[in-house]
Design a protein around this ligand. Structure first.
Ligand SMILES: Nc1ncnc2c1ncn2[C@@H]1O[C@H](COP(=O)(O)OP(=O)(O)OP(=O)(O)O)[C@@H](O)[C@H]1O
Ligand SMILES: [Mg+2]
Length: 350
């Protein structure tokens, strides 16, 4: 496998590249001045040098459409960061800005300590990118496409292409025009995961993979993290994010509305209680911090469900105790519940 360093071409073979017109006419540096979004929280006040990705107050409009409205996104080095949000919320646009494929209207975008727009060539020596919609050179075999992608990017880890080709069960001798969507994704994933990049930028990279391959993907990404690689993973597959990611950022209407360690974010969410009591729980009607209370009378007692703010759980227990509890389930919020709160929220709501 040739491994001489080269500049990575801006994904000429991969469908997600910026349309040529987007790069034209941007002579001056467009990224300057730090804005800020009041809604988002940073992961932690990290030293910018320790951040793999550092976007601050990034705005981007296409004509009259304001697509990014002050995106703040900080990803510490060495973590797998999930990037979630409804369709059209600005994930791919944010990613294209940090790849230097699009220029932000304002704000700062830094990748591995380098300006995403002004220093893209240098940044791309150290990152690898996989889009969700992979287009390959139809006349080349999968193996030749992997080879080409690796040569365009630069450093490839010794033996990694063969190992990953085997692991993802890809037949590299087939012409890529004959590949299914999942197989095309495997080609791009193999080239990216075999690289020695410090940052992997993955924009819905597994939407075409079957569950077995999804598991392999997660295993390889964890191994890359163990080697100190940072990963930005945009995904609609919540289970993938839940199992793989250390941190999660949720974007809605071009603003990062939630950002942090998954465990911390869970802490902020209500827990679900499911209780069966012997006595009528009328006293819970006005309990503070208890929401969506539902009570069903049954032959053997009362079935109560509701959501409790984590800080209110302690105060609720003495009241429950007097009701003679027969069964009690307290479950933390799943990522899905956390996520759905943001998906369902009214536009403009905090
Ligand atoms: N080049 C462009 N010109 C005009 N509008 C654009 C352009 N690129 C993106 N948009 C718009 O910006 C918004 C955000 O798009 P983006 O692709 O970033 O969303 P996303 O969060 O990645 O969505 P998805 O989950 O569907 O991939 C959309 O409304 C989209 O139509
Ligand atoms: Mg997208």
């Amino acid at each position: 496998m040739p491994s001489h360093p080269r500049h990575r071409a801006p994904t000429t073979s991969i469908d997600d590249a910026a349309p040529p017109g987007e790069r034209a006419g941007h002579g001056e540096r467009g990224v300057g001045g730090v804005g800020g979004s009041e809604k988002s929280r940073t992961v932690e006040p990290a030293d910018p040098a320790e951040l793999a990705v550092d976007l601050r107050g990034v705005h981007k409009s296409f004509g009259k459409a304001h697509v990014l409205n002050g995106v703040d996104l900080q990803i510490p080095r060495g973590v797998i960061a999930g990037f979630l949000g409804p369709n059209g919320s600005g994930k791919s646009t944010t990613i294209r800005i940090l790849l230097g494929l699009l220029r932000a209207d304002s704000g700062t975008a830094t990748v591995l300590g380098r300006q995403a727009w002004g220093d893209a060539v240098e940044a791309h020596r150290h990152l690898a990118y996989v889009p969700g919609d992979v287009n390959l050179w139809p006349g080349l075999t999968g193996g030749e496409c992997i080879d080409l992608l690796c040569r365009m990017r630069g450093g490839t880890r010794q033996g990694a292409v063969a190992e990953l080709t085997e692991r993802f069960q890809l037949d590299p001798r087939k012409k890529s025009r004959a590949y299914s969507k999942g197989n095309r994704q495997k080609v791009a994933l193999i080239a990216a995961l075999a690289s020695d990049a410090q940052l992997l930028v993955l924009d819905e990279p597994t939407s075409g993979l079957d569950p077995l391959m999804e598991r392999e993907f997660q295993e390889v990404v964890r191994r890359r993290r163990a080697d100190g690689v940072s990963v930005l993973l945009s995904s609609h597959i919540l289970s993938e994010v839940e199992q793989l990611c250390d941190t999660v950022a949720i974007i809605r209407e071009g603003t990062v509305v939630e950002q942090g360690r998954l465990e911390e974010m869970r802490h902020l969410t209500r827990v679900t209680i499911d209780v069966i009591t012997a006595h009528d729980p009328a006293l819970l009607d006005n309990a503070i911090g208890l929401h969506h209370l539902q009570v069903h009378e049954m032959a053997e007692g009362f079935h109560i469900t509701g959501q409790v703010e984590p800080t209110a759980l302690q105060d609720l227990l003495p009241g429950l105790h007097t009701l003679h509890v027969r069964q009690l389930n307290v479950a933390p919020a799943s990522l899905e519940e956390l996520f759905m709160r943001h998906y369902r929220a009214e536009p403009g709501a905090p």
